[in-house]
Design a binder for this molecule. Sequence first.
Ligand SMILES: O=C(O)c1ccccc1N[C@@H]1O[C@H](COP(=O)(O)O)[C@@H](O)[C@H]1O
Length: 222
Amino acid sequence: MVRAKLCGLGTEADVHAAVDAGADAVGFVTDVDVDTPREVAPERAATLADAVPPFVTTVAVTIPDSVAAAVEVADRVHPDAIQIHGEFGPEDVRVIRERAGVDVIVALGADETARASELEGVADALLVDSLTDEDAGGTGETHDWERTRELRESLSTPLVLAGGLTPENVREAVETVDPFAVDVASGVERDDEPGRKNHDALAAFVREARAAVETAPAAEGI
Ligand SMILES: O=C(O)c1ccccc1N[C@@H]1O[C@H](COP(=O)(O)O)[C@@H](O)[C@H]1O
């Protein structure tokens, strides 16, 4: 069954709603040098992560400008995993894993197939997103899912599908790409308050993702 990460949470109420919705992972956007309504300070991310019960993975989502900055975010937030955006290579990821002592999810663009191969077996997961020129996510834009399916088939590292997912399109996205997990930020937000979550949309997103008919070999015949 596909897993769901609900990302960009900024309040305790949104954290509880995400957990109640059945999230497998929750994300806190912190230390990103871009303009986004989802950013929280590392200390706030740590407080929110503290409110997450066992069996739900906490993820610090960040755009660090160095390996040391990535480790510092992990040290300040104490997440279960860190999601790094930026031009990090396999050796960087190895060092971050070792120094931070947490799983490392590397965000990359859907066309970065060579980089994905380099990071295969080094990163704990690869998150394929529709990134901006600054390597940021949260764009609300989808990408070519057929291509991402081909990438997924070429990798054994878990692939997380992100970028423009919503309760309305996530079922088709899962059926097309067959990812390990899906990730959403802007597609489950309130219209009247950017950055805050629509709690009905959080529940609908998880429900729709899990309603998808999956086609991965591991799921066949079960
Ligand atoms: O959400 C953000 O604003 C953000 C900023 C900087 C780096 C990553 C960010 N978010 C990540 O992007 C995905 C996809 O976002 P969306 O669903 O297209 O809005 C999100 O889940 C985060 O992992």
